[in-house]
Design a protein. Structure first.
Length: 106
């Protein structure tokens, strides 16, 4: 499966547009990770625990996107966009939304 942010694929011709698809994942961040992230926020630096959760959430959303494309008979996804959002009263959850257009190309 070719997955790209571009509207077309170099060297390929889009034969059929299967439709707009999306993958959504919402993950909670536990209190233990929040504690260490708060310390990082004060002293500076990167929060590896948050980064790891974000990578996992993005991978899960991309997998969901690819599965939807396969179900539609697509062999590629073009125009992919990835969005991130903090959710919850205390921003204790992260949402990753991946959208794109499922296509069949040769």
């Amino acid at each position: 499966m070719i997955i790209t942010t571009t509207p077309n694929i170099e060297g390929k011709r889009i034969i059929d547009y299967k439709g707009v698809i999306s993958g959504e994942v919402i993950v909670g961040i536990n209190a233990f990770k929040d504690l260490f992230a708060s310390v990082r926020n004060i002293i500076g630096g990167r929060s590896k625990s948050y980064e790891d959760e974000l990578v996992k959430a993005r991978a899960a959303a991309m997998k969901e996107l690819e599965e939807q494309a396969e179900d539609l008979g697509a062999n590629a996804i073009v125009g992919v966009d990835i969005d991130y959002q903090a959710l919850g009263a205390d921003n204790g959850m992260m949402m990753v939304i991946v959208t794109g257009t499922a296509v069949y190309c040769q």
